[in-house]
Write a protein that binds this ligand. Structure first.
Ligand code: ADP
Ligand code: ZN
Length: 264
């Protein structure tokens, strides 16, 4: 049997499962909505059990939405912990999948998995310290520091760093985080764009005022990351970053607000 590897990207909205040997050699990929834990775990396992009929799967990497327990010594290792997502709080996600699949697993946050992908195959090859930040339904960051993925006490929560409030004219900008009232995610995630402007992000025109707010908040967020981790690069991904016209604006604001303090 041919040997290959498995990967699972578990998002709050959808799950992507794949087997393959590299991004150019994906043998099979499937995606489905994230429903109840039981149902989702069964669907994931079914995909790999079917693939095992034809391939020897060496191991599977599971990158999951969170918060998750990443401490292998903890009783709740592999669990989704206190998520506001209905049905998913305190769920043994990794353990549930392992009941079906007796394989070695690597478990990490979705954003750390993305960061690792960038390191191995993408925009962060040959770097030893960088950040991958996704801006979609939520905002989350994975960090690779001195050649290793960063976990720390639990795992970083870069979407929830506090950002100064910004106002232009009389727009009262709302933060949509259920936990905080001035965090990065609450200002710039897709749902926040929709809440503040009444239109989905993908429908906002390039010259819409929304992007002025968005880039302002994001630039402050990136400056915090630059000052804390000194990344050699920050990679921006996620649905909202399909707005490619934002990149020059973000760069400009980051440079401006850093005000030449970081010299390189
Ligand atoms: P997820 O976060 O669930 O993995 P995405 O990264 O695709 O998924 O993020 C979805 C969010 O991004 C939605 O709120 C959507 O409105 C927003 N979005 C998707 N595409 C665009 C786009 N081209 N421009 C702005 N916002 C977008
Ligand atoms: Zn928050």
């Amino acid at each position: 049997m041919k040997r290959t590897w498995g990967g699972i990207e578990a998002g709050g909205t959808k799950i992507v499962c794949a087997v393959g040997n590299s991004p150019e050699q994906i043998i099979k990929e499937t995606r489905f909505p994230t429903t109840t834990p039981d149902d989702t775990i069964k669907q994931i396992s079914h995909f790999f059990l079917e693939m095992q009929k034809e391939y020897e799967i060496a191991s599977i990497g599971l990158g999951s939405f969170g918060p998750i327990d990443l401490n292998p010594k903890s009783k709740t290792y592999g669990y989704i912990t206190n998520t506001p997502k209905p049905h998913w709080s305190q769920v043994d996600f990794l353990g549930g999948i392992k009941k079906y699949l007796a394989l070695p697993f690597y478990f990490d946050t979705d954003v750390n998995a993305a960061a690792y992908g960038e390191y191995k195959w993408g925009a962060a090859q040959n770097l030893d310290t960088f950040v991958y930040l996704t801006i979609g339904t939520g905002v989350g960051g994975g960090a690779f520091v001195n050649g290793k993925l960063l976990h720390g006490l639990v795992h970083p929560e870069m979407g929830h760093i506090s950002i100064p409030y910004f106002q232009r004219g009389d727009q009262k900008y709302k933060n949509n985080c259920p936990f905080h009232n001035s965090c990065l995610e609450g200002y710039i995630n897709g749902p926040s764009l929709e809440k503040n402007w009444g239109i989905k992000g993908e429908k906002l025109l390039q010259d819409h005022e929304a992007w002025e707010y968005f880039t302002e908040y994001l630039a402050y967020g990136l400056i915090n990351m630059i000052c804390i981790l000194s990344p050699q690069k920050i990679i921006l991904g996620g649905g909202v970053m399909n707005q490619l016209h934002l990149f020059p604006l973000i760069r400009e604001k980051v440079v401006k607000y850093l005000n030449n303090y970081v010299q390189h």
